[in-house]
Design a protein around this ligand. Structure first.
Ligand SMILES: NC(=O)c1ccc[n+]([C@@H]2O[C@H](COP(=O)([O-])OP(=O)(O)OC[C@H]3O[C@@H](n4cnc5c(N)ncnc54)[C@H](OP(=O)(O)O)[C@@H]3O)[C@@H](O)[C@H]2O)c1
Ligand SMILES: *[C@@H]1O[C@H](CO)[C@@H](O)[C@H](O)[C@H]1NC(C)=O
Length: 330
């Protein structure tokens, strides 16, 4: 008994002593930049929730005209209202963008190209993770279709506007998860065989890394930079499909316990949404990275990607395949 309570006391003490350093380590880098964005326009995809919403609020605080590009106008308007009242910036607008529909991407791009005089930062943030093998409106596997192809077409259609507004930036939110795959399967790009919801997510995030790098290469000398990033591990709605899946396997009661444990871990070892948005914000505004392009960031500094993320041949091939899939090339 005495021994047990001594062990318990040591554990509690260790936890108390370690809590602050562990939290500080988990929080990662902070964007120290005070850069203002007055007169600049920023588009953020998937900005109605999660780290996209925090990023949007930060851009609004810096004075930017902020365009929330979301598939649900209702959710987006709610987020915009909140951001306007929190920041006092009235220049926060919403436009419909469903990345699972090429028609929607084209319509969104037309609205922007027709109505917006400039575009300084495009933040490709929206994402879907570990969903069942769903397909987009155009028959692409959902995670590849939304996370990569939708953003690929969007960026291409907004490229002229970005160039006219140079110096400008494209920021693509990838993930450390890109290291878990050995590469894109060009023989089964739509993952029709042996679909794995996790592997599909890894590949789509690797596609973000490769796309961002190839875009940087193509835009060299135009004044438009392109970087990708890992935001950290943050408990957001991103895990919704994984949680549903777990619920299907272990049942309602047990899944609640599992989710609580996962959330607890994320609370200690992960980042808050504010911390999770820092690397995106850094890439979007920091003067320090103004000329930096073709890199992958984590904790607000450039980091190495996996070997597959450095494969320039795969990047070029992915670009070519993507152009055909979205109808930019026949
Ligand atoms: N959270 C993490 O730990 C983590 C780690 C590494 C990377 N990331 C990346 O960070 C980015 C943001 O994730 P998050 O954690 O903030 O997730 P989240 O809370 O689930 O937010 C994702 C956003 O993407 C939107 N979205 C999903 N499908 C869409 C579609 N077809 N068209 C337009 N928008 C769509 C969602 O809209 P609805 O609300 O309408 O569904 C939502 O606004 C993602 O790219 C993710 O891969 C996150
Ligand atoms: C970026 O490039 C411009 C033009 O060459 C230069 O004036 C500026 O100092 C550079 N900024 C940084 C942070 O490297």
């Amino acid at each position: 008994m005495a021994r047990l309570s001594r062990i318990a006391a040591i554990v509690v003490l260790a936890a108390a002593v370690l809590y602050v350093p562990v939290r500080r380590w988990a929080a990662g880098g902070v964007c120290e930049s005070q850069a203002r964005m007055d007169g600049k326009t920023v588009i953020i995809t998937g900005a109605n929730t999660g780290i996209g919403k925090v990023t949007a609020r930060d851009m609004a605080e810096r004075g930017a005209r902020v365009i929330l590009a979301c598939r649900s106008l209702e959710k987006a308007e709610e987020a915009a209202k909140e951001i306007r009242s929190q920041t006092g910036n009235k220049n926060v607008v919403v436009h419909k963008l469903d990345l699972a529909s090429l028609t929607s991407v084209r319509q969104f791009a037309k609205v922007i190209n027709d109505a917006e005089p400039r575009l300084d930062v495009l933040i490709n943030n929206a994402g879907v993770m570990a969903c069942p093998r769903w397909e987009t409106e155009d028959g692409f596997e959902m995670q590849f279709g939304v996370n990569h192809l939708g953003h690929f077409l969007l960026t291409n259609l907004l490229q002229d506007k970005l160039q006219q507004s140079a110096p400008s930036r494209v920021v693509t939110v990838s993930s450390l998860a890109h290291v878990f795959t050995s590469g894109i399967d060009f023989d089964d790009i739509n993952y029709e065989n042996d679909y794995s919801r996790e592997e599909s997510y890894y590949r789509s995030k690797l596609a973000n890394v490769l796309f961002s790098k190839e875009l940087a290469r193509r835009l060299e000398g135009t004044g438009v930079t392109s970087n990708s990033l890992h935001p950290g591990v943050i408990y957001t709605e991103l895990s919704r499909h994984r949680e549903e899946h777990i619920r299907g396997i272990v049942g309602e009661q047990l899944s609640k316990v599992v989710n609580k444990i996962m959330r607890g871990f994320a609370g200690i070892f992960g980042k808050t949404m504010e911390e999770g948005a820092q690397t995106t914000i850094c890439c979007a505004v920091a003067e320090e990275w103004r000329n930096t392009t073709g890199l992958y960031f984590s904790d607000c500094v450039p980091k190495e990607t996996s070997a597959a993320g450095k494969d320039d041949e795969a990047a070029a091939r992915l670009w070519d395949v993507s152009e055909r899939m979205v109808g930019l090339k026949s």
